[in-house]
Design a protein around this ligand. Structure first.
Ligand SMILES: [Zn+2]
Length: 400
């Protein structure tokens, strides 16, 4: 009933009963409870269709808020989202040190600041977390996070204990980015999409029919470890030529250092004052925007590797949309252009015709928003984005 209210925004009890295939009496009981909780409000009579005009009720998206947090670049991004996944508050909490205990101390401080002046009744009774690494979404355990040097960290249990929370849900941050794009980002109105996070590593989130696909043991989407160069550089996972060894932020920076020796006149060198150890992917993008030829080649090269992997995803999953996100993936149009060019060369024409390849519009909060969406899904059973925004207009591409 709540899902139907959220989709329809303003509706009568009778229409709601018809929509949800539920008895009028049951709908009235549920709606009375929602009225007490503030999830809906009475807005007066609607247009009559002959008899007595129906009393309308309206969905109140700000009635309850879901907390979500995600760990990137030594800090937590924390958000409170409303029932439409709109961000109503955001803060950051830096992490001092790199141990799980230090990360949870920072998370606790951030969470208390985020929720300080909220009545507990307005807060949904769970916290969603996005972290790097392979995360078992059923247990909330980080199996391994190479970025952090963590293995077998029981993130959910440690956070429950630190914050006295009943329920903590943990997932890989890239999977959550996919949910966020679906609910509130580039993927609104889309049914199946693949979100490709490019930063210190590369990972994807796969959404099929509006639901996150996690696979047999939560590792679906490990795009960074698909082989794109059979005899390429060794990866910490044990394989050779993994995508993230060729196209992640650190991989782009490494390649720039190598090539700078052959092309010492490149702007990349002058942007770091002749200190190659200071080269990052951001520096390469900056040089490319200034027209530097080597930077352009490096981005085209990384984009071709990512494009090869994305073409395989398009052939396998036939998604409506592929979204490049993360600090490197969404940084610059030039990378997107290079990915699109390679995909056009390699994907089959039929699935390619249905797939839009675009950039994330949510920025650094994407994973935290997705963590909040997980809370909406698990505590309220809200399974898909509202098709109408707060203005009542149907989302782009929604078929009703
Ligand atoms: Zn690997």
């Amino acid at each position: 009933v709540l899902e139907a209210l959220r989709q329809q925004r303003i509706i009568s009890r009778t229409a709601l009963a018809v929509q949800t295939h539920t008895s009028r009496a049951m709908v009235s009981l549920v709606v009375d409870e929602f009225l007490r909780d503030g999830l809906v409000r009475a807005v007066g009579p609607g247009d009559s269709t002959g008899g007595r005009p129906p009393q309308l009720i309206e969905f109140v998206p700000d009635a309850a808020l879901a907390p979500g947090a995600a760990l990137t670049n030594s800090q937590w991004n924390l958000v409170l989202i409303n029932l439409d996944a709109h961000v109503v508050r955001r803060i950051e909490s830096p992490i001092v040190g790199s141990s799980p205990a230090e990360a949870i101390a920072s998370l606790s401080q951030g969470y208390l600041r985020l929720t300080a002046d909220l009545p507990p009744s307005r807060l949904l009774p769970a916290l969603g977390l996005g972290t790097p690494g392979l995360v078992d979404i059923r247990t909330g355990t980080i199996v391994t996070a190479a970025d952090m040097g963590w293995n077998d960290v029981d993130m959910a249990a440690m956070t429950r204990k630190a914050l006295g929370l009943q329920r903590v849900i943990v997932a890989n941050r890239s999977r959550l980015g996919a949910l966020a794009e679906l609910w509130q980002g580039a993927g609104r109105g889309v049914d199946s999409l693949i979100y490709v996070w490019v930063g210190t590593g590369i990972a994807a989130g796969i959404v099929i029919k509006g639901r996150l696909f996690v696979g047999a043991n939560s590792s679906a989407g490990e795009l960074g470890h698909v082989t794109v160069q059979p005899d390429g550089p060794l990866c910490p996972c044990g394989n050779r030529g993994c995508l993230q060894q060729l196209a992640s932020g650190p991989a782009i920076a490494n390649r720039a250092r190598q090539r700078l020796r052959e092309v010492p006149t490149s702007l990349i060198g002058s942007l770091v004052g002749g200190a190659p150890e200071r080269i990052t992917a951001e520096v390469v993008f900056a040089a490319e925007r200034m027209g530097d030829e080597l930077a352009g080649e490096l981005i085209a090269e990384a984009g071709a590797h990512i494009g090869l992997a994305v073409a395989n995803l398009i052939n396998l999953f036939n998604p409506q949309m592929v979204i490049l996100g993360g600090p490197v993936g969404a940084a610059d149009e030039s990378l997107l252009t290079a990915v699109q060019a390679e995909v056009r060369r390699r994907a089959m024409a039929h699935p390619l015709a249905a797939a839009q390849i675009t950039r994330s519009v949510l920025g650094p909060d994407a994973s935290a928003i997705g963590a909040g969406v997980l809370v909406l899904q698990r505590t309220l059973g809200l399974l898909r984005p509202a098709e109408r925004g707060a203005d009542g207009a149907p989302a782009e591409g929604a078929d009703g």
